[in-house]
Design a protein around this ligand. Structure first.
Ligand code: ATP
Ligand code: FE
Length: 335
């Protein structure tokens, strides 16, 4: 069966066509407009989705070489995300399903980041159930126990900032352009991770906190630049490596605690920060040092994309889980 999937939760407009669990096309239009503001401006994001959605869907169908009459269902992101952005994809999916007379399938964006591992692709090995999913993105940081496709339990999550936010805000303090996460990662690879120790937050259980780190980085930079005005320029790689080291320690500590708590040693990461070179390296090391089985999706399925919405749509289709026309977008939508 062919499924068209639509994703518009934040600042990327994406459409994909899947044939069962194979991706035939996965088109993503990234919005550049937000860069000059140093963060996503919701109203501008909605407007850009409005402009992008028709051409992106057309491209996805054309690339897949599929006529819309062959589609069996339309899957869309219902939430969580920016309401104005979600509304564009939701309304588009609803009207297209009505026009074609085919079922509509609502998808939770965070579940999609996790089930992206089940996209059939030679570059991906699927995790076996049960597994622990560490979702690290621009808006979320969660450890989820995944017993089955639709049996997910959040074991811990961030109490304040998400990891991606911590990366972007730290990068901003260092004068790097938005989104700074990938740039901070690039500089980190050339620096000494032990150069400047930053404190790790004390958070009970499997929850996370990243706002304290941001504050200690701010104070550290203010203090050092007072002594040495060119401090950031002179030590950029070492500062980035030290920030990255602290973030990785926080993530790995919680993962180890989750493994100890559940006895589950299969780990799957997802979300935009899964593109980070450091977390990839740490997980590979954990395979040999701790006997974990680790799974990292292909890069294009880590950042926001419609293919991951399509794979959830496919499993929901098999389960006969369809949505009514009256369904509404949901900005806050927990797993
Ligand atoms: P959510 O899924 O929670 O709604 P989102 O969809 O906005 O959030 P993603 O697109 O999954 O987030 O991820 C974007 C985040 O990933 C940004 O904060 C970006 O800086 C970060 N990121 C991307 N690549 C890297 C990298 N190599 N190292 C660190 N962070 C990275
Ligand atoms: Fe996302």
């Amino acid at each position: 069966i062919y499924i068209l999937a639509i994703e518009s939760s934040c600042d990327d407009t994406s459409a994909a066509v899947l044939c069962n669990d194979h991706v035939l096309s996965n088109v993503v239009a990234t919005q550049q407009i937000h860069e000059q503001y140093g963060g996503v401006v919701p109203e501008l994001a909605s407007r850009a989705h409005q402009q992008n959605i028709v051409p992106v869907v057309h491209q996805a169908l054309a690339k897949a070489n599929i006529d819309k009459k062959q589609l069996a269902a339309i899957a869309f992101t219902r939430g969580p995300g920016l309401l104005g952005s979600l509304l564009v994809g939701t309304s588009f999916a609803k009207s297209m399903s009505l026009g074609l007379g085919i079922p509509l399938i609502e998808v939770n964006h965070m579940q999609a980041h996790i089930l992206a591992h089940f996209i059939k692709d030679t570059a991906q090995k699927r995790p076996s159930f049960p597994f622990l999913a560490l979702t690290i993105s621009g808006g979320h940081t969660q450890i989820v126990l995944v017993n089955d496709f639709f049996d997910l339990e959040i074991l811990g999550q961030t109490l304040d900032d998400a990891v991606g936010e911590a990366y972007d805000k730290s990068a901003k303090l260092l004068g790097l352009p938005y989104p700074g996460g990938p740039l901070l990662d690039a500089h980190a690879q050339m620096g000494n991770p032990k150069a400047f120790p930053f404190p790790k937050p004390k958070v009970d259980g499997l929850n996370f906190s990243f706002s304290g780190l941001k504050t200690s980085i701010l104070y550290f930079i203010q203090r050092e630049t007072k002594k040495q005005p060119d401090f950031i320029t002179n030590h950029l790689n070492d500062i980035c490596a030290s920030i990255q080291f602290t973030i990785l320690e926080i993530l790995m500590d919680k993962l180890k605690a989750a493994v100890a708590q559940t006895g589950v040693k299969t780990i799957a990461i997802g979300g935009g920060v899964a593109a980070n070179s450091g977390i990839r390296q740490r997980l590979l090391e954990a395979e040999s040092s701790m006997g974990w089985s680790t799974h990292i999706p292909k890069f294009e399925y880590c950042t926001d994309n419609a293919a991951m919405i399509g794979i959830v749509g496919y499993y929901k289709f098999l389960n006969d889980e369809f949505s009514e026309q009256g369904i509404a977008a949901k900005a806050r939508y927990t797993l």
